[in-house]
Design a protein around this ligand. Structure first.
Ligand SMILES: C[S@@+](CC[C@H](N)C(=O)[O-])C[C@H]1O[C@@H](n2cnc3c(N)ncnc32)[C@H](O)[C@@H]1O
Ligand code: SF4
Length: 451
């Protein structure tokens, strides 16, 4: 049994550790990746293979105080319309380089608020995507939906375009918490959005909620989870609220003395976790819950759970193409990220070029470490046999590395020739343990020698 004092001493409560949606993480990207690399990586995609496509919409009508996403406020649709035209041009560019027969296993629209688009813009964008690549069999088209920013006409356009997974932002149902985080959203607004989504036969409903919010306590998070469960969502993301007012300036509106203590945060997560478990949801990785028949649950049971920029996925494609300002693409060769600023992104695409400005080309033991970190984040274990078979790793060197990391964590993990294993008690440390395998993290440089 690992105590809270031990967790605290091992760095749980004060570590600003990455969520490891990529390795290396985006702050370690450099300007060494340019549009020419992006083009060559696109052209190297095998013909007739399936890829994932992500489209980013960095606009919101309202700017919630708690939100740490990079997004810009707009009260009119004209900048959105101009941006959608740029996205369509970028899709045309992509179409010129994409090898023959490539299909889409996943299409995801994220933001910001993609549901800010008018129905006509949505239809135009879907048509453009389809003209560049057809959907693969059993593909998924998912959209992030702000319940405050959706209506029948927009949902009609999305459903007609093939959306089969809707992801709604809830955060918390408590009115006082909503006011404090600058995100008013009456229960009826969320319920209406859910009813409209279900009425269109959208197969799957996802929801985002947060723990660690100001004034949140056991009773309030219990009520929020119970209200959410009344919608029977297929998947829930239970993210820890990241309070970073030095980066996300709007968060300065949130009183930091109303935030729960680190110990209370752990308790809030645990309270919510138990409620989902009682209702039959499977615990997926560090912060997701899924219904027993959901793809994520099946992927977890069969060892096929993966991590990408959107969190957890059962998509096993090797390639994720991200279009739009700041979007990141992942290829077997490395990562490429588009310019952050909408103006720089639009300028490049309007000039007929891709907008890749940063990235990372894999070298050394990057792929091996990336997979080790992904295994930890998905399965709470690292298995030596897979690393030896698929990455040519040296079993002895791996064993020595596990032992070093285990010593750093006071022997609370289990390390053997077969791998490194985390008990349930150790799970809150997962991101910190993953960081011990991150050769780009300077504070862990002692484990960065080649494996
Ligand atoms: C990019 S937002 C899009 C959601 C959509 N615009 C909406 O508001 O419903 C995706 C999710 O990021 C999460 N998020 C945003 N800011 C966060 C923060 N400071 N800490 C943790 N999660 C955050 C929220 O749960 C949010 O639903
Ligand atoms: S939570 Fe959603 S609507 Fe609110 S600012 Fe963030 S992206 Fe925009």
């Amino acid at each position: 049994m690992i105590t809270r004092t031990q967790l605290s001493r091992l760095g749980l409560f004060d570590a600003k550790v990455p969520r490891y949606t990529s390795y290396p993480t985006a702050p370690h990207f450099s300007n060494a990746v340019a549009p020419a690399d992006f083009v060559s990586w696109i052209e190297a995609i095998p013909e007739d293979s399936a890829v994932s496509l992500y489209l980013h919409v960095p606009f919101c009508r309202r700017l919630c105080w708690f939100c740490a996403c990079r997004t810009q406020g707009t009260t009119t649709l004209s900048p959105v319309a101009a941006y959608v035209e740029t996205l369509k041009s970028e899709l045309d560019l992509l179409g010129r380089h994409l090898p023959r027969g490539v299909t889409l296993s996943r299409l995801h629209w994220g933001g910001g608020t993609p549901t800010l688009l008018s129905p006509d813009m949505m239809r135009g964008l879907i048509d453009k995507v389809r003209s560049v690549a057809a959907f693969a069999e059993k593909s998924e088209f998912s959209v992030e939906i702000d319940p405050n920013e959706i209506d029948e006409a927009r949902l009609d356009a999305l459903a007609a375009g093939g959306m089969n997974r809707a992801s709604i932002g809830v955060q918390d149902f408590d009115e006082r918490i909503q006011q404090t985080i600058g995100r008013p959203q009456g229960f009826d607004i969320t319920r209406r959005a859910v009813e409209m989504i279900r009425a269109r036969g959208v197969a799957s409903l996802n929801a985002d909620i947060l723990y660690g919010l100001p004034y949140q306590n056991r009773e309030r998070i219990t009520e929020t989870v119970q209200k959410l469960l009344s919608f029977a969502p297929d998947r829930v993301a239970l993210y820890g609220y990241a309070h970073v007012p030095w980066m996300a300036k709007r968060q300065q509106m949130i009183p930091s003395d109303a935030l729960p203590t680190p110990e209370e945060r752990l308790d809030l997560f645990d309270t919510a976790r138990r409620l989902f478990a009682w209702d039959g949801y499977a615990e997926i990785g560090i912060d997701h819950f899924a219904a027993p028949d959901d793809g994520l649950t099946i992927a977890q049971k069969t060892g096929k759970l993966r991590r990408n920029f959107q969190g957890y996925t059962d998509d096993t494609s090797q390639v994720l193409i991200g279009l739009g300002a700041s979007s990141i693409s992942r290829f077997p060769q490395g990562y490429a990220q588009n310019a952050h600023a909408t103006s720089a992104y639009q300028g490049a695409v309007r000039a007929g070029r891709f907008a890749s400005t940063r990235g990372h080309a894999f070298g050394g033991d990057d792929r091996l470490r990336a997979r080790m970190i992904e295994m930890l984040m998905c399965d709470f274990q690292i298995r030596t046999d897979e690393l030896v078979e698929h990455y040519g790793a040296d079993a002895g060197a791996l064993g020595a590395l596990y032992a070093k990391v285990n010593a750093q964590f006071d022997g609370l993990l289990t390390s053997s020739d077969d791998g490194l294993f985390l008990s349930r008690d150790a799970r809150p440390l997962t991101r910190i343990i993953a960081r011990a395998f991150d050769a780009y993290d300077q504070t862990r440089a002692k484990h960065s020698s080649a494996i």
